[in-house]
Write a protein that binds this ligand. Structure first.
Ligand SMILES: NC(=O)c1ccc[n+]([C@@H]2O[C@H](COP(=O)([O-])OP(=O)(O)OC[C@H]3O[C@@H](n4cnc5c(N)ncnc54)[C@H](O)[C@@H]3O)[C@@H](O)[C@H]2O)c1
Length: 504
């Protein structure tokens, strides 16, 4: 079988269950505790590194760490990469590479597809994804959701664990999932297997993993919330989390129930999504009024009560902010209060999902008819200095422009292939320079874009007529210099630039 990685490796592999079981048994043949991390995605990758790096007072590794992922074409490469000492995520965080290399040399981290690993575990950390499907953007209430696959993954765990195991759920789940759905299922299976279920401890905890330069530190040096389904689970979870998190500077917060911990996670992200959505109507107001909203926000932010007011922007993407309010809504209406919904939170999701339409409207102020216009989009990932394109706002922008007949050209310093759209992306400015450009949109605050001077931009886009700054990437002085080349500038939240458009 073959698995292709986003790094360009093509990995041939075969499955030999017996050999793999033997390899894993030998791997844990020592006195260390064994931690199995289910899911080697964004969260599992950093968790595996953080746990493998934990040391006892003599400087020896505390844990054997086994990462588990799926033996299919899309995922097997992650297993292969970990087993050569490399992280299975594209990242700019050098400490992640160092942690994988160190664990490889210490011999305390491995990866597998074999669910036999659960039989060897003292601790299982569940870092697999749980998706919710939107029927269409702008109609968040019309989501489709099932826990079926997720429960199946946990059933596989429950059918293999032994007594004295901690299961730590880190997946973002609808509040109520751990206590009302997973715990009863795990305990039922445990009883059927003759386990002493009082020794199976189940807890929930969440982190805010920030991909980028501080990716690994966002696990080890940041605040954590957790809760166990009973006192023993709380103690076990606290002990485990304290062994690899800098709890001196970032003390743990224990909540009274896993449902509270789960709610904390989805409320945190819903608050952030709401805070961003709230700015959209003010963006439109500021543009109509000829006001630079970024100046206004900077003036407000100096007040301690308003430090986290958000900025206008191109849109909201990524795996979490785009969906977590929907998971919360499902919990509210399906588990606790039939017929009740989180209307404000869902409305924020709708606003955020449709946000890129605002940039398209700005484009159409200069090019009402986008047919055959060459539009260059700078920034395809959803966040600055990361390569993650999941649910990127670039997607709606691309779709709207191409549906209107435009030709969209893509640049991103970190993304050479846009998996979700199946499109090649230029990573070099030299490749962009050779193309024709009617308009360009700067959409992501990548460091490379922030460093560009007017001369740099003009050299790449010599004949461009319109530049839209969709995320406060271009300063007023750079904009002024670009205008001297005859380029029109518009900006999301930059009403003072739009006023300039009216006078020309
Ligand atoms: N990305 C973040 O910053 C972040 C932060 C906090 C929490 N979370 C939450 O953590 C969870 C994981 O997020 P992610 O971004 O790592 O997702 P991801 O899609 O990057 O990773 C999930 C991984 O789990 C693997 N997987 C799925 N089913 C499996 C199974 N049965 N056995 C073994 N492996 C399996 C997938 O192949 C994939 O590699 C989600 O619930 C997410 O909401 C994410």
């Amino acid at each position: 079988m073959i698995s292709r990685s986003p790094f360009g490796d093509v990995i041939e592999y075969t499955i030999n269950a017996t050999e793999e079981q033997q390899r894993l048994s030998e791997f844990v043949h020592n006195t260390r505790k064994t931690v199995v991390i289910q899911g080697l995605g964004f969260v599992g990758t950093a968790m595996a590194a953080a746990v493998a790096r934990a040391r006892d007072t003599h400087g020896n590794p505390l844990y054997n760490v086994i990462g588990i992922d799926l033996p299919d074409e899309m995922n097997y490469w992650k297993i292969a990469r970990v087993n050569t000492g490399l992280p299975p995520v594209v990242s700019t965080d050098k400490s992640l590479d160092a942690a994988y290399a160190a664990a490889y040399h210490a011999g305390n981290l491995t990866a597998t597809y074999s669910s036999f690993a659960y039989t060897l575990a003292d601790i299982i950390v569940v870092d697999i994804h749980l998706d919710i499907k939107k029927a269409r953007l702008g109609d968040a209430r019309a989501y489709e959701f099932t826990l079926e696959n997720y429960q199946e993954a946990l059933r596989v765990v429950a059918e293999r664990i032994t007594n004295n195991t901690l299961i730590l759920i880190e997946t973002t789940v609808p509040p109520g999932t751990t206590e009302n759905i997973l715990k009863p299922m795990i305990e039922r299976i445990g009883r059927e297997r003759g386990l002493d279920t009082s020794t199976i401890h189940i807890a929930h905890s969440y982190e805010r993993v920030m991909p980028g330069r501080d990716y690994l530190r966002s696990i080890t040096d940041f605040y954590r919330v957790y809760a166990g389904t009973d006192k023993a689970a709380c103690i076990a979870a606290r002990e485990f989390l304290s062994s690899f998190i800098n709890t001196r500077d970032f003390p743990l917060t224990e909540l009274h129930s896993p449902t509270a911990s789960e709610m904390s996670k989805v409320l945190e992200n819903s608050f952030r999504a709401m805070n961003i959505a709230f700015m959209q109507e003010w963006t439109e107001f500021a543009e109509a009024a000829g006001v630079n909203l970024f100046d206004v926000i900077r003036a407000i932010r100096v007040r301690p009560t308003h430090r986290n007011i958000m900025s206008p922007g191109f849109g909201v993407g990524g795996y979490c902010l785009t969906k977590d309010s929907l998971l919360a809504d499902w919990s509210y209406s399906s588990l606790f209060a039939p017929g009740k919904h989180l209307d404000m939170s869902l409305s924020a999701i709708n606003t955020n999902d449709l946000m890129p339409t605002h940039t398209v409207r700005l484009l159409q102020r200069v090019f009402p008819d986008l047919r055959d216009k060459h539009i260059t989009l700078f920034g395809v990932s959803y966040l600055n200095d990361v390569a993650d394109t999941r649910y990127s706002p670039a997607e709606l922008f691309y779709d709207l422009c191409t549906q209107a007949g435009a030709r969209v050209q893509l640049h991103d310093p970190l993304v050479s292939y846009w998996t979700e759209k199946g499109l090649e992306v230029c990573t070099q400015f030299d490749d962009i320079r050779l193309l024709h450009h009617d308009a360009a949109v700067f959409a992501v605050r990548h460091s490379e874009y922030l460093q560009m001077t007017a001369e740099d931009i003009h050299a790449i886009l010599p004949n461009v007529r319109l530049i839209i700054d969709a995320f406060d990437i271009i300063s007023d002085s750079t904009a002024e210099a670009l205008r001297s080349y005859g380029i029109t500038l518009l900006g999301v939240g930059k009403g003072h630039w739009n006023a300039y458009l009216r006078s020309t």
